[in-house]
Design a protein around this ligand. Structure first.
Ligand SMILES: O=C1O[C@H](COP(=O)(O)O)[C@@H](O)[C@H](O)[C@H]1O
Length: 310
């Protein structure tokens, strides 16, 4: 008896061709989706020529969507961060035509320095970027305490992101509650204009948030022993008594932070080692940074001094 698999009737051949074509299309479209963190990690290492003294592990702390990348020095972290951000920029722009990025203040801006240099300065599609702030101090934009000024001096003045795509605090609002209301209202405008989508819980969903962490475990202006970290309704809230100066600030809330598609926690330096150990090495850490659990992927970028307690 002869089986059709060896001698397929002519009528079956077109069906086989359609099946193979379908398989090819499925494979190529799956390649266009964001890679798993593991794939992404190996790409980073390969393309950013990072020092070989590094280790990486999938973090057990907040489920399978968290990745830790530990590199030898702060400079290695800066290089990896540039590669990671440029890679996400390319992928989001390819997928939806724009890239929405939320900046912190603090050391993060300096750690972003390689993005302003070749090859990223030329290759990133800066005109498709929009910029937001995770938190801001209620001070004039010309003040050395301003996160806007920090970002402008160290990053935004060096890359061609259109001014209209930059959502900065209105520094004419001197009352923190007014400044928070105003920033939230303008975020809502951006949602109405479909620049920002909403998450399933109706919070604005940004593509990438770049977070730093303080030695007390604070992120944004969400501090331990302060109530802002428990806000569940507001998009933007305010604080009058930040333990870190200056005291008056506005800040994104955790529901907005955790609605993000991607979050990078960028933490370098030995003074952060205890907080890193608490957040990543303690099952039920109560520090604000432990509340960063995004809908999407969370990637910790650590240098060895910051990771030394793990
Ligand atoms: O006050 C702030 O501190 C945090 C952490 O800053 P770092 O200097 O320890 O990196 C920062 O992420 C936040 O935006 C800023 O307002």
């Amino acid at each position: 008896m002869s089986y059709p698999i060896y001698t397929p009737p002519v009528i079956l051949l077109p069906l086989v061709r359609i099946y193979i074509l379908g398989l090819r299309l499925a494979l190529s479209s799956s390649r266009n989706h964001f890679p798993t963190p593991e794939v992404q990690f190996f790409k980073l290492i390969k393309t950013s020529k990072i020092d070989t003294n590094r280790k990486k592990s999938m973090a057990a702390c907040s489920g399978k969507k968290t990745e830790k990348i530990i590199l030898k020095t702060e400079d290695d972290v800066a290089k990896a961060l540039a590669e990671y951000t440029a890679d996400l920029s390319r992928r989001f722009i390819k997928e939806k035509g724009s890239f929405t990025v939320v900046l912190s203040g603090g050391t993060l801006i300096d750690t972003m320095r390689y993005l302003t240099e070749s090859p990223y300065k030329e290759s990133v599609e800066w005109s498709k970027w929009s910029i937001f702030w995770l938190d801001e101090r209620v001070v004039p934009k010309t003040s050395d305490d301003s996160n806007y000024k920090l970002a402008m001096d160290g990053f935004l003045s060096k890359v061609p992101i259109p001014e209209a795509n930059i959502l900065a605090i209105d520094d004419t609002k001197s009352k923190p509650s007014d400044a928070a209301d105003d920033y939230e209202a303008r975020l809502k405008d951006w949602v109405d204009k479909k620049i920002l989508p909403l998450s399933s819980d109706n919070f604005p969903k940004h593509d990438l948030m770049l977070l730093g962490m303080g030695p007390d475990g604070h992120v944004a202006s969400l501090f331990p022993n302060r109530t802002q970290q428990f806000e569940t309704q507001r998009w933007v809230t305010f604080i009058l008594d930040s333990p870190k100066p200056p005291p008056p600030r506005i800040t994104y809330t955790f529901p907005v932070i955790n609605a993000a598609s991607e979050i990078a926690m960028v933490v370098t330096g030995a003074e952060l080692a205890d907080a890193v150990k608490n957040v990543l090495g303690t099952p039920n850490s109560t520090l604000p940074a432990a509340k960063v659990r995004p809908e999407g992927l969370l990637t910790w970028f650590l240098d060895q001094p910051a990771a030394s307690g793990l």
